[in-house]
Design a protein around this ligand. Structure first.
Ligand code: GTR
Length: 325
C-alpha cells in the first residue's frame, strides 16, 4: 500500500516537473446514511466523477455511505463546521435551522413526485438552495426522495382512522411530530439507524418512509403493514461545507454547481428503478400494502399548515408551489 502511494506521489512530481505546474489532488469526503448502491450514494459518486473529469483530477469525492460518519443530525453539524466537505441528507433535519426547508417538508404540499421534481429543479428550488448559505453550507442540488408512507408491525391501515393511538418514528423535525399528532397518533423523533430495533423491540409500532428505505434498512422485516398514503414527498439535498467551498476558485465553484445539477437526472433514473425493485422485494418478502383513501389524510393536515406556515414568505412559497403545473 505504502509502495503504491510512493509511486503515485512520484508520478505527481514527474507530471508537475514536465508541465512546470504544480497540482495538488484534493479528496473531498461526503456522507450518506444509506448503503452502497443506494440511488443517492450512486448519484454523489457520479457527481464526483464529473468533478474529477472537469477539474483534470484535481478534485475527487469519496462517499462514506452507511452512516459511517454518523447519523444525519451529527453529519449536518460536521458539514457546517467543515469537518466533512459534502453531505447528502434529507430536507427534514434542516427544518429547525432553515425556515425555507420546511415548505417542501410539509405533508401533501406536492401533488406527485413529478410535481416535486418540477418545483425543486426550477426557480423555487434554486431559491430554497440559496437559503442554505447563511447557515454554513452551499446547497448544490436536490435529489428525489420519493413519497413516504406509514408502515407498522401491528395491523393493516385501511383508513386514516386506523392510525389513531399508534406510535411512529419520525425524522427530527416538529413538522413531522405535528403531522402524526394531527392523525391522532403519537410521534417519536429518532435517528434513522435506530428505527429497526425500535420496531423490533416494540418501542414504536412503526415508521414512515419510501419503498427504497423501507427495503434497504430492512424495516420491512419487522413492519409488514405498509399503507400507501404518500403523506410526504421530502426532497433530498446535496450540500457542501462553506469552509470547503471558500477554498475553491470561482471557476471550480461553477464546475461543482454544474456537476451537481448534472447528477440530478442520473439520480432520478436510479431512483425510479430502485422504487420498483424495492417494492417487488418487500412484496415478495410478505409485506401487505393497503391503499387508504388519501383525502382524509389531506384534510387532517390543516393544523400543521396553520402552525408552521405563518410567515408570509413561507405562505408565498406554498402558494407558488401549488400554482406550479
Ligand atoms: C430516507 C432519506 C434519508 C433519511 C431517512 C430518515 O428516505 O433518504 O436521508 O432522512 O429517510 O427517515 O431518516
Amino acid at each position: 500500500m505504502l509502495h503504491i502511494w510512493k509511486l503515485a506521489a512520484a508520478a505527481t512530481v514527474a507530471a508537475s516537473l514536465m508541465t512546470g505546474t504544480a497540482f495538488a489532488q484534493t479528496m473531498l469526503r461526503s456522507s450518506d446514511t444509506h448503503p452502497d448502491g443506494y440511488p443517492t450514494v450512486e448519484a454523489v459518486k457520479h457527481f464526483g466523477e464529473l468533478i474529477k473529469e472537469r477539474t483534470d483530477g484535481r478534485y475527487t469525492v469519496e462517499v462514506y455511505h452507511s452512516a459511517q460518519l454518523g447519523q444525519e443530525a451529527d453529519t449536518i453539524e460536521q458539514v457546517r463546521t467543515g469537518v466533512i466537505d459534502l453531505n447528502r441528507v434529507s430536507m427534514g433535519p434542516w427544518n429547525g435551522l432553515i425556515p425555507e426547508t420546511t415548505v417542501p417538508s410539509l405533508p401533501y404540499v406536492f401533488r406527485s413526485v413529478d410535481h416535486a421534481r418540477k418545483v425543486m429543479n426550477g426557480p423555487i428550488g434554486d431559491e430554497i438552495l440559496a437559503a442554505f448559505e447563511p447557515h454554513g453550507v452551499i446547497g448544490l442540488a436536490f435529489y428525489d426522495g420519493g413519497a413516504r408512507s406509514f408502515y407498522n408491525s401491528r395491523k393493516p391501515i385501511n383508513s386514516a382512522e386506523d392510525l389513531k393511538g399508534m406510535k411512529f418514528r419520525v425524522m427530527q423535525s416538529d413538522i413531522f411530530v405535528d403531522m402524526v399528532a394531527a392523525l391522532g397518533a403519537s410521534a417519536t423523533p429518532m435517528p434513522y439507524g435506530e428505527v429497526y430495533s425500535g420496531i423490533e423491540t416494540g418501542v414504536i409500532d412503526g415508521a414512515e418512509n419510501n419503498f427504497p428505505s423501507y427495503d434497504t434498512a430492512r424495516h420491512a422485516e419487522v413492519a409488514k403493514h405498509f399503507s400507501l398514503d404518500e403523506h410526504l414527498i421530502v426532497p433530498e439535498v446535496l450540500v457542501m461545507s462553506k469552509v470547503s467551498w471558500d477554498k475553491l476558485s470561482p471557476e471550480d465553484q461553477a464546475i461543482f454547481k454544474q456537476a451537481a445539477k448534472d447528477s440530478v437526472e442520473k439520480q432520478y433514473e436510479l431512483w425510479d428503478a430502485q422504487v420498483a425493485k424495492s417494492r417487488e422485494i418487500v412484496e415478495a418478502g410478505g409485506s401487505q400494502i393497503t391503499e387508504p383513501d388519501k383525502q382524509a389524510f389531506i384534510d387532517a393536515m390543516k393544523p400543521v399548515y396553520d402552525k408552521h406556515v405563518t410567515d408570509p414568505k413561507l405562505q408565498d412559497l406554498v402558494k407558488r408551489i401549488r400554482e406550479t403545473q
